[in-house]
Ligand binder design. Structure first.
Ligand code: F6P
Length: 491
C-alpha cells in the first residue's frame, strides 16, 4: 500500500472520490490506507441484492434476530408520519407509548410535577443512549436534574440520599428484562428512601410489565418497551423518558424526526451513498482487510463526549460475535474494540500512543462546522485540533531526532455535521445503528442478540453465593482472591 501522504498528494481526484455528504454532513475517508478505485470497488461489491433483501426484511418486521426469533423494529419508535413503510401494529403500539411517556416528560420538564430531581436507574442500553441524549442536548431549561445511576455504587447512594429531598425526587427504573441485578438492587434501596408514597412519582420502563407490577408500580406508571426493541436500540422509546425530561418533549420529537430521516435514507434507493453504508464499508475494510482490531471515536464537538460510550455498546454488543446466523464460524474478523471520548481531552492522554505507539488504531473524528454558542473562538480551536490531528496522524513527522519523529500512516476518517441540533443527532445515531446492521450483514452475524454477556452473570451469581454463604467457589483458581477478600469481609 502506498504511504497515505502519497495517496493524499498524488492520487487524482482522491478528495472527490473519497468524500461523501449531503447538505448537512460530510464524511471524508481520504485518510484511509486504500486507493479510491479499491474503495469504490469494495462499495460496489457490498451493494448486493442480499443486502437489499436484508434491509427489506428489517423494515418489514421479519425475524432478523434469529437466536431469539424476533424482529428488530426500533425504527417503529421514531415513525412519526409514516414516511417509511413499517408494520402498522408496531407503529401504533410505539405511538401510544410515546404519547404516554412524553406527557410524563413534559410534566417533569415544565415543573408541573413538582419534582426537582430524577433518579434514572438503568444500565447498558437502559442508560447509555438516554444519558448521551441528555448530555448532548441539555439547554438548561428543565425544571429537573437527572442523576444517572447504573453500576452498583454504595457511596453514590449515600451521597445522593444525603443531599436530595425524597419528597421532590422521582425515580425512573429502566430495564427491559426487569431482572438486571444492578438496576433492581438500587431501585429497591431508593424506593425505600423515597418513602411510602414513592409510587406517585416513579415510573418503570420495561417489557416485563408483570415484574414491574410485583415491584409495586401501578399500571399507569409502567411504560411499555416492546420485546422487538433491543436494549442498545431503545433510546427512542420510553427508555428516553429521563432524557426527554431534560431536553423537553418537543426537542425529543425532533430527535425522533431526524432518526426517521435516516431510516428513509437507509430503506430507500440512496442507501449506497448514505452515511451508514459508507461508514460500514470503511470499517469493514479497516477491520477485515487492514486487520486493525480497534476503532477510536473521538468527538471535537464537546457535547458528543458520551457518543463513544454509547457506540461502544452498540458496536461491540451487536458485532462482537464469532459464529454466523447459521451457526458456522465467521469467515472474517468481526467487531472492532471501540474506544473514544472527547477530542482535546484525549490529546492529553491517549494520542501519544496513537501517534508514536507501535500499533495502529484507526479513528473516526467527529465535529460540527457551525458554532451555536457564544464562544466562536473556542469552537474554532476545536476544529483546528480536529484538522491538525487528522493531518499529523496521516502524514506524521519524518524529521527531528528519533524521539520526536512521528511515523504517520495512521488512518482517520472525519465526519462533519453542520450543527448539533436534535434532528441532526437523531439522524447520526440512527445512521450508526444502520451502519452496524450493514456490518452484521456483511459478516453474516446476528446484530441483535448478546448471549456472550449472560454466562459471566451466571458465574458471578455462584461467586456471590460463595462470598455470602461460604458455598464452594465455582472456580478453584479463584482461591487466593477469595481468601484475600474474606480477610476484609467483616471489618
Ligand atoms: O448487557 C446485556 C444487557 O442485556 C444489554 O443488552 C442491556 O442494554 C442491559 O443488559 C440492560 O438490560 P435491561 O434493560 O434488561 O436491564
Amino acid at each position: 500500500m502506498k504511504p497515505l501522504s502519497d495517496l493524499l498528494d498524488h492520487e487524482p481526484d482522491r478528495q472527490r472520490e473519497m468524500c461523501r455528504g449531503g447538505n448537512d454532513w460530510l464524511l471524508d475517508l481520504s485518510r484511509l490506507p486504500i486507493s479510491s478505485a479499491h474503495f469504490a470497488d469494495l462499495t460496489r461489491r457490498r451493494s448486493t441484492i442480499e443486502l437489499e433483501r436484508a434491509v427489506r426484511d428489517l423494515f418489514a418486521g421479519n425475524v432478523v434476530n434469529h437466536s431469539e426469533d424476533r424482529p428488530a423494529l426500533h425504527m417503529a419508535l421514531r415513525s412519526l408520519d409514516g414516511d417509511v413503510e413499517l408494520p402498522g401494529a408496531a407503529v401504533e403500539r410505539a405511538s401510544t407509548a410515546r404519547r404516554r411517556f412524553l406527557a410524563v416528560a413534559d410534566s417533569l420538564h415544565s415543573g408541573a410535577a413538582g419534582v426537582r430531581d430524577v433518579l434514572h436507574i438503568g444500565i447498558g442500553g437502559s442508560d447509555l443512549g438516554p444519558r448521551l441524549i441528555a448530555d448532548a442536548l441539555d439547554s438548561g431549561d428543565s425544571a429537573v436534574r437527572v442523576h444517572w445511576i447504573s453500576t452498583l455504587d454504595g457511596r453514590r447512594f449515600d451521597r445522593l440520599t444525603g443531599r436530595l429531598n425524597p419528597m421532590t425526587t422521582a425515580m425512573v427504573v429502566a430495564s427491559k428484562s426487569f431482572g438486571t441485578e444492578e438496576t433492581l438492587t438500587q431501585a429497591r434501596a431508593f424506593r425505600d428512601w423515597l418513602g411510602p408514597d414513592w409510587s406517585k412519582r416513579s415510573w418503570a420502563v420495561t417489557s416485563q410489565h408483570r415484574r414491574a407490577a410485583e415491584f409495586g408500580f401501578s399500571d399507569q406508571a409502567i411504560m411499555d418497551l416492546p420485546a422487538w426493541v433491543g436494549g442498545r436500540f431503545s433510546l427512542w422509546s420510553a427508555v428516553g423518558l429521563s432524557a426527554a425530561a431534560v431536553i423537553g418533549p418537543s426537542r425529543f420529537v425532533n430527535l425522533l424526526a431526524g432518526a426517521a430521516r435516516a431510516d428513509a435514507e437507509f430503506a430507500g434507493p440512496g442507501r449506497q451513498q448514505g452515511l451508514a453504508i459508507m461508514l460500514a464499508v470503511a470499517i469493514d475494510f479497516l477491520r477485515c482487510q487492514a486487520g486493525l482490531p480497534a476503532l477510536g471515536v473521538v468527538s471535537y464537538e464537546p457535547r458528543l463526549g458520551l457518543l463513544a460510550d454509547h457506540l461502544q455498546q452498540l458496536v461491540t454488543e451487536s458485532l462482537g460475535k464469532s459464529v454466523t446466523v447459521a451457526g458456522d464460524p465467521v469467515a472474517s474478523q468481526t467487531s472492532p474494540l471501540l474506544f473514544g471520548g472527547r477530542g482535546t481531552d484525549l490529546q492529553h492522554s491517549l494520542f501519544q500512543a496513537l501517534h508514536q505507539g507501535t500499533d495502529t488504531h484507526p479513528l473516526l473524528l467527529i465535529g460540527t462546522a457551525r458554532c451555536d454558542h457564544g464562544r466562536p473562538d473556542w469552537h474554532r480551536v476545536q476544529l483546528a485540533h480536529l484538522l491538525g490531528q487528522a493531518s499529523v496522524l496521516a502524514r506524521g513527522r519524518p524529521d527531528g531526532p528519533p524521539h520526536a519523529r512521528l511515523p504517520g500512516q495512521r488512518p482517520a476518517a472525519v465526519l462533519l455535521l453542520d450543527k448539533l441540533e436534535p434532528d441532526r443527532l437523531g439522524w447520526l445515531l440512527a445512521s450508526l445503528e444502520h451502519c452496524v446492521f450493514a456490518l452484521a450483514h456483511f459478516w453474516q452475524i446476528n446484530a441483535f442478540d448478546q448471549w456472550g454477556v449472560e454466562e459471566g452473570k451466571r458465574v458471578a451469581g455462584r461467586f456471590a453465593a460463595s462470598l455470602d454463604r461460604g458455598e464452594t467457589s465455582p472456580d478453584p483458581s479463584a482461591g487466593p482472591l477469595l481468601d484475600f477478600i474474606r480477610r476484609f469481609q467483616h471489618d
